[in-house]
Ligand binder design. Structure first.
Ligand SMILES: Cc1cc2nc3c(=O)[nH]c(=O)nc-3n(C[C@H](O)[C@H](O)[C@H](O)COP(=O)(O)OP(=O)(O)OC[C@H]3O[C@@H](n4cnc5c(N)ncnc54)[C@H](O)[C@@H]3O)c2cc1C
Length: 456
């Protein structure tokens, strides 16, 4: 008796081990077809050139004409990206495809710091390279950093955040530091020999920059820091962190803060990881306790009392890059939503055949393109010092909220399968909750947009 072997397209079939299979190997004994109703139906449908898909627990056949419609657009296209940023964007895309996306699930599951990916990104010249050439970096500009961010965050936000935060806060030394500080502090970071972090947020105060409680008191030629910082990226792993602390108590609450470079091996600096997060688990944040932590006055960055203003300016750049975080996540959500509804069968057709579903996909695309146009415009505005606070806040708010909306819709489209923790859409859904908060919650951004939209 001869058996028939066929490879049959059964997209959407979920095997008992919960792995989705694209093709199914069917072995049928032609004389006992009645004993294999599924295989029999599959072979018959296959013979007729039809597609077979599982729907609500049953296998159904569809005319060959009803084929999944693949996305034929590149969401993170080059056209909106200025010419000079395209090459590094392509490098970032190739790196993300090879080193980030394939490891996203593994690092999400383990919650470990992605040292190997970070080292590979350093070797690829994609970490800390916004530091100027004078100090060993590539001097990548804001638009280039935005272009890298959207590529990295589309691949995986947790790993991407670790790569982008490797030099967080070092930019403040480049902008406001003395030549000696730049040589001493910046060059090792640009050479990828050291990691940094920026310590602003505190356990009791996050949004109110003029309300932070950590103090730095001058004692001779040193400053003594006391207080706690929370949520600090690389607080454990970094070699030094830029700490925002209160140095004055004047009536002008915006002139009471200063910035200090604090080596993490200084006596009185203690850091431990905060509890596990639901999203971006491949990035690590710390709770830092500063207990009579002494740094030389040579570690004061810029002028005493200028910390608030320096930080405000710094965040204008950071918020444009965070808009890139939102764009990457929004693109990932769109891709997952599109693929799922075009594969998923329901009511004798694919879910994508419903016009309301098509309209939702259209809305996701429209919102994504709006956010992206705004982000690249904001990058140019901020770089040109043209109302930077306004444009950075608008771009950050729009892109991060398009990411949450797209993720929400993508989850709805996934139906019950949205609840599988290992789905990319579920990872995106968890991750989008973070960029709407960091670099200033979006309510704070709206305050800035409102204030800067009227007479000063
Ligand atoms: C993954 C992650 C990484 C981070 N990394 C860093 C880091 O490296 N360094 C660092 O310093 N910080 C970091 N943060 C902290 C982040 O910047 C703060 O969480 C953020 O600024 C909000 O502060 P908060 O959490 O204390 O919220 P709160 O200030 O307590 O605000 C809570 C909520 O209240 C509302 N709210 C607050 N103020 C206003 C207002 N004026 N108007 C209207 N509504 C308001 C908003 O909804 C806000 O989300 C990180 C946070 C996360 C989640």
């Amino acid at each position: 008796m001869r058996c028939v072997h066929e490879h049959v397209d059964v997209r959407g079939f979920r095997a008992p081990n919960h792995r989705v299979v694209q093709h199914f190997h069917v072995q049928v004994n032609p004389s006992r077809r009645h004993a294999h109703p599924f295989a029999c139906a599959v072979l018959a449908a296959f013979g007729r050139g039809e597609r077979v898909a599982r729907c609500q627990g049953f296998y159904r056949t569809y005319p060959a004409a009803v084929q999944p419609r693949r996305m034929d657009v590149e969401l993170l296209s080059d056209d909106v990206v200025p010419e000079h940023a395209r090459a590094v964007k392509q490098d970032a895309r190739a790196f993300a495809a090879e080193h980030i996306a394939p490891h996203a699930e593994e690092y999400y599951a383990s919650g470990e710091y992605p040292w190997e990916v970070l080292e590979a990104a350093m070797d690829a010249g994609l970490v800390a390279q916004d530091i100027g050439e004078d100090y060993g970096g590539r001097g990548l500009d804001l638009t280039q950093m935005l272009a890298i961010a959207e590529e990295f965050f589309r691949a995986d936000a947790g790993i991407a955040l670790t790569l982008q935060l490797a030099s967080f806060g070092a930019e403040l030394v480049e902008e406001y530091g003395t030549p000696a500080q730049k040589d001493r502090l910046l060059t090792p970071v640009a050479n990828n020999d050291q990691l940094t972090g920026l310590a602003v947020s505190e356990p009791e105060v996050g949004s109110n920059l003029a309300g932070m409680q950590t103090t730095a008191e001058r004692d001779g030629d040193e400053y003594v820091l006391n207080g706690e910082k929370y949520w600090i990226g690389n607080g454990v792993e970094a070699d030094w962190v830029t700490v925002y602390a209160k140095t004055g108590d004047t009536d002008d609450r915006y002139m009471n803060y200063s910035l200090f470079a604090v080596p993490t091996d200084t006596d009185g600096y203690e850091a431990e990881h905060i509890p596990e997060k639901m999203g971006m688990r491949a990035s690590k944040q710390a709770h830092i306790v500063l207990d009579d932590c002494r740094v030389p006055e040579a570690n004061l960055i810029g002028t005493e009392g200028g910390g608030f203003m320096m930080l405000t300016d710094f965040f204008n750049h950071g918020r444009v890059v965070v808009a890139g975080h939102g764009l990457g996540l929004a693109a990932a959500a769109f891709e997952e939503a599109w693929d799922f509804v075009h594969d998923r069968a329901g009511f004798g057709r694919t879910v994508s055949d419903f016009q309301s579903v098509q309209h939702s996909l259209a809305d996701m695309r429209i919102e994504f393109e709006s956010a992206r146009a705004l982000a690249y415009r904001a990058a140019e505005k901020v770089a040109a010092h043209d109302e930077p606070g306004l444009w950075a806040a608008m771009a950050k708010t729009k892109a991060t909220e398009v990411a949450t909306a797209n993720a929400e819709q993508g989850m709805q489209f996934h139906g019950g399968r949205s609840n599988f923790t290992d789905r990319r859409i579920a990872r995106v859904y968890r991750d989008v909750r973070i960029p709407v908060i960091y670099e200033g919650a979006n309510e704070i951004q709206r305050n800035l947009v409102y204030r800067q939209s009227g007479d000063q």
